[in-house]
Design a binder for this molecule. Structure first.
Ligand code: ADP
Ligand code: MG
Ligand code: MG
Length: 891
């Protein structure tokens, strides 16, 4: 028979850290903390299997379940001397959800469960503190009504606000026992008015209601959205933790808090946390009262005049510091901790690996490796490659003038500029039409996740460093300024004002998540740099990875940036991009619109020196490294003159009539240019184009070799090959030009001629093509288009619908479609190697910068990956992780 319930408490537990999938993250770690002998209020965890059973059986509970829960309550009773529902020896519990992956804020916890009109009196008598008892009861009514009975939270907030105003109190803590009692009366009346029945008084009804609510919440829209965004399967289910209450709201010697064992923003090895005296549960993160610092050091650094925990409760503080160090060493990772102090006694309520910024992740990994806590390989494995994106994004130029409107907390680093919007729906709408927005909210809640995704950055008027906005933004890698208290936000009017200036929806602001500043307008930004911990991790990654990392670049600026990010050559230089600028496009148009080979050659003669000087510059930057140059690829129509002015300009240059030119333009029209006269088809029809490009390449290689002393190895790549004959035709021209240039200059140039594999036919005939081709580069953008028969430029509208309807989970243009496109890559690689041992294999589609696709490239044994300059560090790290993973698999 299945075991549905696992108990924990008093130094032992039936589960442990290894039982995450069964007990959820929270439950497994509560058990583990008990096993470590830490002070954890006793309780029990209902397994995720029970949740799955519940859904598989029409939302009912298994037979033996009620008896199991009763037995587990008895277990708590035995440990605490208190019994659930017994006013003589009152036991109250919390009911907490906890899935395998942490889903912050997704499912709500109910505290103080077991209180009713009778037991609240017992609590008052037992604790000797009536104010505390009524405060707990009103919290319970409010939470239970909201979480379990689905009543609007605001309704209760309003009642409380009105009472506070009427009584002249600013803070909740100022209400007396009698005043809370009155509020409770109003709350209960509200429940009855809304639901037509009284607030449930039977503790067992309350408990079963709460357990059912946690299970049901697994399928609420918020949770479903979160799972979709984070690829969490619904089949995991959630666990439920039922735990004896401890009280942080039992007066001035009680408190509740949250902490990170290291700074989650910078990674610095100092405990970082906040707490509130006489408070409970989420008070600290709710932004209602301003929390206090835990350590003296942090208090001084923050310039706060409110005493630290260290000062206020030195004993509890000392135990907490010892425990946090112990937990960090035990889990060998930075921990995010939740605790409560009841009348001076510390209780641990949660530990988990803490979310952190990319910067902090790097520092923590490097520091922990230096401390000997983890190996370098583990340090490399711990960094999420995608998160590096945050560090590869601009920051505000320190020299730029800053027009500061407001200052909040530096909640998530990086700078962002955009038009302000005041709702998440607006953020999403604006994003859809290509606008960059800053989402401005008083505070955010889980309902804002989609808006936070759509925004460049997030700005809130309320909330601390551990507020919802701050935690979620750091997880997403978005700049965030939280708690900018001087901002007045008016949702109705759609305005935000500070320092007497009012900003409307659509006005531009910049936020600096590293300083907390909010700036007017857009501000000059600085490009990022790789140094310090980033450089260390990269160095370690480089020592581990097998594949080399190149970049896709054609401009000197991109090539230089890529080299500074560690690119080991160019994997794709798109020559057509070199022809769009100024004068060149006119010569290019002349070439395309020529009627005869002679005219075409004349135009190509104009292009040759420009092309040669481009290559020369690239080859100097990439001295000693391989550079793959793709011959002209795009549909010619992309270069055709469109406006009257452009047509006249070209007509004059060619000395032909405008009418004649227009006619010629029309004959070049294609119905489906993507599948038209492009790629090697251009070189077959007009070999002189390929010849000019080859000459420019070889002449530049000779010259660059002379200048730098370490010549590049040009790899000339023929695009869109489907037939070996196409490739052979073009290769013969390239080889002839190479011979000529070498004879003319007397310099031998080492070079390779290869092809892109971007048509299914090329993959299927790779063995034959490899008889001539010396390398393959998988052009997975076009290969995805031609495999699916989907045009990438037209895909957005229906792929989104596919995703929503669950027809296709992932955009195949972002992450490689392993089963289809990947299969063709695999076939191409195997056949290529079969025909030519040691054939060089690489990838140059956008997938070369996508970590999941990089794992696939490692699996099929590619030699290199090539990606855009900004993604080079991501690719270096992902390649190292892929190498570790595949080494593990094969051993
Ligand atoms: P979340 O998953 O949103 O963090 P938790 O289940 O951790 O929710 O509960 C939120 C907070 O409620 C905890 O941080 C703690 O302050 C409080 N809490 C939960 N259980 C107890 C308990 N048994 N006694 C006292 N406080 C509790
Ligand atoms: Mg928690
Ligand atoms: Mg292509």
């Amino acid at each position: 028979m299945a075991k549905w319930v696992y108990t924990f408490g008093d130094g032992t537990a039936e589960g442990g850290a290894g039982d995450r999938s069964l007990l959820g993250g929270k439950g497994a770690n509560l058990a583990e903390m008990c096993n470590l002998g830490l002070p954890v209020p006793p309780g029990f965890t209902i397994t995720t299997e029970a949740c799955n059973w519940y859904y598989a059986n029409g939302q009912t509970f298994p037979d033996s379940f009620e008896a199991d829960v009763t037995a587990a309550l008895d277990h708590i009773a035995a440990l605490t001397g208190r019994r659930f529902g017994d006013p003589e020896k009152l036991l109250l519990v919390s009911v907490r959800s906890g899935a395998r992956a942490s889903m912050p804020g997704m499912m709500d916890t109910v505290l103080n469960l077991g209180l009713n009109d009778a037991t609240v009196e017992a609590l008052a008598a037992d604790s000797g503190d009536a104010r505390f008892a009524y405060d707990s009861y009103r919290r319970f009514i409010q939470m239970y009504s909201n979480v379990v009975m689905d009543l609007d939270h605001e309704a209760f907030e309003e009642i409380l606000e009105e009472e506070k105003a009427r009584l002249g109190h600013d803070l909740d803590t100022a209400l007396s026992a009698a005043e809370w009692q009155h509020v409770i009366g109003l709350y209960k009346a509200k429940v009855e008015e809304e639901l037509g029945k009284p607030f449930p008084q039977d503790p067992h009804d309350q408990l079963w209601g709460a357990i059912g609510a946690v299970f049901s919440s697994w399928m609420n829209p918020r949770a479903i959205t979160y799972r979709r965004l984070h690829n969490i399967p619904a089949s995991w289910g959630t666990a439920v933790n039922v735990q004896a209450m401890v009280f942080g709201n039992m007066g001035e010697t009680s408190a509740t808090g949250v902490a990170f064992t290291r700074n989650p923003s910078t990674g610095e090895k100092v405990l970082y946390g906040e707490f509130l005296v006489n408070a409970q549960g989420e008070d600290v993160v709710a932004g209602i009262r301003t929390p206090q610092n835990i350590t003296e050091q942090a208090r001084i650094a923050a310039g706060s005049d409110k005493p630290s925990l260290q000062k206020l409760m030195p004993d509890a503080f000392a135990s907490f510091m010892a425990i946090s160090e112990r937990l960090e060493n035990h889990y060998r990772d930075m921990q995010d901790l939740e605790f409560t102090i009841e009348r001076g006694k510390l209780w641990m309520l949660q530990t988990r690996s803490g979310k952190r910024t990319a910067k902090a992740a790097l520092k923590i990994a490097v520091d922990m490796a230096a401390e000997g806590l983890i190996s370098k390989e583990e340090a490399v494995a711990r960094i999420d490659p995608a998160s590096l994106d945050q560090l590869l994004h601009p920051t505000i130029d320190p020299k730029a003038e800053r027009n500061v409107i407001s200052v909040g907390l530096p909640a998530s680093p990086g700078a962002a500029t955009g038009e302000i919007v005041f709702s998440s729906d607006e953020a999403e709408e604006m994003r859809a039409i290509g606008k960059k927005v800053i989402l401005v909210r008083v505070e955010t809640s889980p309902e804002d996740i989609h808006g936070m995704h759509a925004a460049e950055g997030i700005l809130t008027a309320r909330g601390g460093m551990t507020s919802h906005a701050a935690v979620v933004a750091r997880g997403m890698g978005k700049p965030c300024v939280s708690g900018a208290g001087s901002l007045r936000i008016d949702y109705k009017a759609g305005t935000m004002s500070a320092l007497g200036t009012t900003f409307r929806k659509g006005d531009i602001v910049t936020i600096d998540g590293s300083t907390g500043q909010v700036l007017k307008g857009s501000v000059a930004m600085l490009q990022p740099e790789l140094s310090g911990d980033f450089a260390s991790i990269m160095e370690w990654a480089d020592a581990i990875r097998r594949m080399t990392v190149r970049t896709n670049a054609e401009t000197p600026a991109d090539a230089r940036m890529a080299r500074s990010f560690g690119a080991e050559g160019i994997g794709l230089c798109r020559t057509e991009h070199m022809f769009f600028e100024g004068e060149r496009v006119v010569a290019m148009r002349e070439m395309i619109l020529s009627d005869t080979e002679k005219e075409r050659r004349a135009a190509l003669d104009l292009l040759l020196p420009m092309q040669r000087s481009d290559f020369l510059e690239l080859f100097e930057i990439m001295a000693g490294l391989p550079v793959t140059i793709r011959l002209l690829d795009p549909p010619l129509h992309e270069f055709l003159p469109k406006t009257e002015e452009e047509i006249e300009e070209v007509a004059t240059a060619m000395d032909v009539s405008v009418d004649r030119l227009r006619q010629r333009t029309e004959t070049l029209h294609e119905f489906n240019p993507m599948l038209g006269h492009r790629g090697c088809r251009l070189a077959v029809t007009y070999p002189e184009i390929a010849e000019m490009q080859a000459r420019a390449i070889f002449e530049a290689a000779v010259e660059a070799g002379k200048r730098t002393g370490s010549p590049v190895v040009p790899e000339i790549m023929v695009p869109l090959v489907g037939l070996k004959e196409e490739f052979d035709f073009v290769k013969a021209r390239i080889d002839a030009v190479a011979r000529n240039v070498m004879d003319e200059t007397g310099v031998e140039v080492e070079y390779l001629t290869g092809t892109m594999i971007e048509l299914p036919r090329a993959a299927l005939r790779a063995d034959v093509i490899a008889e001539s081709a010396e390398f393959f580069s998988f052009g997975t953008n076009d290969l995805t288009q031609t495999t699916f028969g989907i045009s990438r430029d037209d895909a957005a509208s229906f792929l989104e619908v596919y995703r929503q309807k669950g027809v296709m989970e992932q955009d195949p243009f972002v992450s490689i479609d392993v089963e289809g496109v990947g299969e063709l890559v695999r076939i191409g690689a195997e056949k290529g190697r079969g025909a030519r041992a040691g054939i060089k294999l690489g990838i140059c589609g956008e997938h070369g910068g996508d970590p999941a696709s990089i794992h696939f490239c490692e699996e099929v044994g590619l030699d290199y990956i090539s990606c855009s300059p900004f993604r080079v560090p991501i690719a270096r790290l992902a390649a190292a992780q892929a190498a570790v993973k595949s080494a593990r698999k094969s051993s």
